[in-house]
Design a protein around this ligand. Structure first.
Ligand code: PEP
Ligand code: MN
Length: 348
């Protein structure tokens, strides 16, 4: 349920309503708009009798939130959420490009890729240190050594860094190095992990599960928000369908659907959603045309030697072309690509 306060309702009345709701055993979420304050009533599924709040001075309307996600819902927070990543904004007019190798393999590979993606216009470096692999015999990642290399790449390039945590125990370690914690598709409903990542206080990028509906995905986001972490970025990465010619099927629909249902920023990972580098640029452009707030792209200096996901990784030159194509699409829809703040200050 949400309580919409009258335009310009004074803080004293807002506090009174909040106190009343909390006295009834519910949690509140106050969203201060430019004109009106909206108070979300968060609790279990028990129906709340709106009569308990009306008439209260200052209350304009009481509306039910019929969706199971509340904090993630646009009803509760009508404007787009802007997620601050240490000075870089995700969810605003500027499209944020995150790029790098699927897995951190060694120092040279990571640094070479980091410099290349920075030159082309990425502002965030991706790279997995803990890799969720289908086979236990596949490369599992460099673990803490990988995180150290990521920190070195950040220091050298000034790029922000994003990397995955696969378990609640890994969150603490990953949080020491990362600017954004990535939660993978296979972990989307790992509820203890969601809670731990949420409690880390760092921005979290939540990938959509391979078989998850949009509503299940938003419910997973609700876990992060419900522990008080407002910095949640959603990432569509393709879903499993009957189509075998691509690794997954890009659910472009999900972008406008999520934008309508939720205030959270949504980005696309065209590398996993297609599984083949040949299709990555086209789908990246489509996502930006559809309203995505950013991209997460796999880039490798020598994809044929990659220890994971080589088939969907772009060579740096191809990534540079992707950025230029995406830039044109962004301009066509009235947006821009986020420029790194250091462009004029530090060499590439
Ligand atoms: C990845 O980003 O490398 C990854 C494992 O992605 P996903 O969780 O979407 O499969
Ligand atoms: Mn990958």
């Amino acid at each position: 349920m949400i309580i919409v306060m009258k335009r310009g309702a004074p803080q004293g009345l807002i506090d009174e309503v909040v106190a009343k709701i909390e006295h009834l055993g519910y949690r509140t979420h106050v969203s201060q708009g430019e004109e009106r304050t909206i108070i979300g009533v968060i609790g279990d599924d028990r129906p709340i009798d709106p009569g308990k709040f009306a008439p209260i001075e200052g209350v304009e309307r009481i509306l039910p939130v019929l969706k199971p996600f509340k904090l993630a819902s646009r009803d509760l927070h009508p404007p787009d959420s802007l997620v601050d990543v240490d000075g870089l904004t995700v969810g605003g007019n500027e499209i944020v490009i995150m790029a790098g190798p699927c897995a951190i393999e060694n120092r040279e590979q990571l640094l070479e890729t980091a410099h290349a993606v920075k030159r082309s216009g990425a502002t965030v470096l991706r790279g997995g240190a803990f890799k969720p692999r289908t086979s236990p015999y596949s490369f599992q990642g460099l673990r803490e050594r990988g995180l150290e290399l990521l920190a070195e790449a950040r220091l050298e390039t000034g790029l922000k860094v994003i990397t995955e945590a696969m378990s609640p125990e890994q969150v603490k370690l990953v949080a020491e190095y990362a600017d954004i914690i990535q939660l993978g598709a296979r972990s989307m409903q790992s509820f203890e992990l969601l809670r731990a990542a949420g409690e880390s206080g760092l921005p979290v990028l939540l990938k959509r599960g391979l078989m998850a509906t949009i509503e299940e995905w938003l419910m997973a986001a609700e876990y992060l928000l419900s522990v008080g972490n407002q910095r949640v970025i959603l990432c569509e990465r393709g879903i499993r369908t009957f189509e075998p010619l691509t690794r997954n099927t890009t659910d472009i629909n999900a972008i406008p659907v999520v934008k309508e249902l939720s205030h959270l920023p949504v980005i696309l990972d065209p590398s996993h959603s297609t599984g083949k580098w040949e299709y990555v640029s086209a789908v990246a452009c489509a996502a930006v045309a559809a309203g995505a707030d950013g991209l997460l792209v796999e880039v490798h200096p020598r994809p044929e030697e990659a220890l994971s996901d080589g088939a969907q990784s772009l060579r740096p030159e191809r990534f540079a072309t992707l950025v230029e194509q995406v830039r044109r699409v962004a301009q066509a829809v009235g947006r821009e690509i986020a420029e790194p703040e250091w462009t004029s200050k530090t060499p590439a």
